[in-house]
Ligand binder design. Structure first.
Ligand SMILES: [Zn+2]
Ligand SMILES: [Zn+2]
Length: 459
């Protein structure tokens, strides 16, 4: 960071703000420019751009113009073509970025606004900065790092793609730019998650010693347990104290057990925070891990089909080939609602990620007419589906077979149910995979740890 003092500026009152500040490279004076910018599909941030005329050093960081978001966000993005490196990225102060294929993790660093090409370039230069010293002192490490930078460079040149990266930010202030095509092939997933107590402590929302038992309660509440030995009566509402994942204050989870006809019992959980207004609802399904996943396909033909009950468990992905839609399991959590209710939730959530609150396109002019057009077409189709103006398919793909669509008669021809082998990705996400050998893992961990140290050092 090049500024000498913290600045508190309302971005709306600000044009460009310039201050003289110390150059971290040559210790002479350079200029820091601060300007508010709007990131398409995301929000306002303060861009802090430092330039030193004396030595040419420059640096760009982003300061969050907003606050800690209600939920943490984790992105997973598969870079398939060189074009994908142009996607815009905001890396918040608390964002942890991982190149999954290399098991390479870079720790939180000052906020960065760049594209994926810039992200990879920065990792390479950070890794290479200490290579000369390493060559003598740690020849093995030198070689390992050499291998990693060669791979990273290769990706940038379009070799050995795809490569998958993830960006996990408990503050919810990181971002990878989405595209309309991303929703049909799980190239891009965004998962909004409720923070844990530890993450709220990390963000400074809760004091470290504020562990008056709410933590334990929350852990229990999260897996729907904590009621052992209690005879849970169907339909009765149980209250559990917990910590609000958004603001860290005490709040209450309401739990209710419900039997879904022709299926199983589920626990419906609703959290309401009086302090910050955080509201969320979730459905927990239980049971053993079945041998196979289950894929349920529903053909929606009439308005009546929209009122069918649907249970989408928290591990279930939602797809529609007609609508060009694919919603990752984590995007929506568990829901017990109707087809219409589920699609409305999906639309509102995606819409909120792409458009401003007031309905304008986020990003305004910086979004190309073509992009704008694609998004409009996408949402038009979704709206038609919600109004039963088109026939469409809904696919529930649940690796734990915990999801359900109501059938309106025996052997309902509009509902097709089939078992399927879980994919390696699903196995991994569910933590059912354990295939790496120990030696390999150790090696990579050492390298990752080393990288972490260096990145901190060089910034
Ligand atoms: Zn300088
Ligand atoms: Zn709250």
């Amino acid at each position: 960071m090049a500024t000498q003092e913290p600045l508190h500026i309302d971005p709306s009152e600000l044009g460009v703000y310039e201050i003289e500040s110390l150059c971290m490279n040559c210790r002479d004076n350079g200029i820091t420019k601060i300007l508010p910018i709007k990131i398409p599909h995301f929000k306002d941030v303060l861009l802090e751009s430092f330039n030193c005329d004396k030595c040419g050093f420059h640096n760009r960081t982003v300061k969050d113009a907003g606050q800690i978001q209600e939920k943490g966000t984790k992105y997973r993005f598969r870079i398939e073509t060189p074009q994908d490196f142009q996607r815009q990225v905001v890396r918040g102060d608390t964002g942890v970025l991982r190149i999954e294929d290399l098991e390479l993790e870079t720790p939180p660093a000052p906020g960065q606004l760049t594209n994926l090409e810039g992200v990879f370039g920065k990792i390479i230069s950070d890794l290479e900065a200490d290579q000369p010293a390493r060559k003598e002192a740690q020849p093995d490490m030198y070689k390992a790092v050499e291998g990693i930078t060669a791979q990273l460079r290769g990706y940038l040149e379009g070799k050995n793609l795809p490569v998958t990266l993830s960006l996990d930010d408990p503050s919810g202030n990181s971002f990878i730019e989405p595209s309309t095509n991303d929703f049909s092939n799980s190239k891009y997933t965004r998962t909004d998650y409720a923070r844990t107590h530890a993450q709220n402590v990390q963000l400074g929302l809760v004091a470290e010693d504020a562990e008056d038992g709410t933590d334990a309660n929350q852990d229990n509440a999260e897996d729907g347990g904590g009621m052992d030995g209690v005879d849970i009566v169907d339909g009765e509402v149980y209250e559990l104290p917990t910590e609000c994942p958004a603001c860290g204050k005490p709040c209450t989870v309401n739990m209710k057990k419900t039997k879904i006809p022709h299926f199983k019992e589920v626990i419906i959980m609703a959290t309401n925070c009086d302090y910050c207004g955080y509201r969320t609802s979730d459905v927990k399904t239980g049971g053993e891990v079945p041998e196979k996943g289950r894929r349920i396909t529903l053909q929606v033909k009439t308005k009546e089909d929209l009122s069918r009950d649907i249970l989408k468990s928290e591990t279930c992905a939602l797809k529609s080939e007609t609508l060009g839609l694919e919603v990752h399991a984590g995007t929506l959590g568990g829901r017990f609602t109707t087809v219409e209710g589920l699609l409305t939730d999906v639309r509102d959530q995606l819409h909120g990620q792409i458009f401003d609150v007031d309905g304008d396109l986020a990003g305004g002019d910086s979004m190309t007419a073509e992009t704008r057009c694609k998004w409009n077409a996408f949402f038009d189709k979704l709206n038609k589906a919600i109004n039963a103006e088109v026939e469409f398919d809904i696919i529930l793909e649940d690796p734990l077979a915990n999801s359900f669509v109501q059938e309106t008669r025996d052997n309902d021809p509009q509902v097709k149910s089939e078992d399927y082998e879980r994919t390696p990705e699903e196995m991994e996400e569910l933590g059912l995979n354990d295939i790496k050998t120990e030696g390999y893992e150790q090696d990579k961990e050492t390298v990752a740890a080393k990288t972490n140290g260096e990145e901190k050092h060089s910034l």
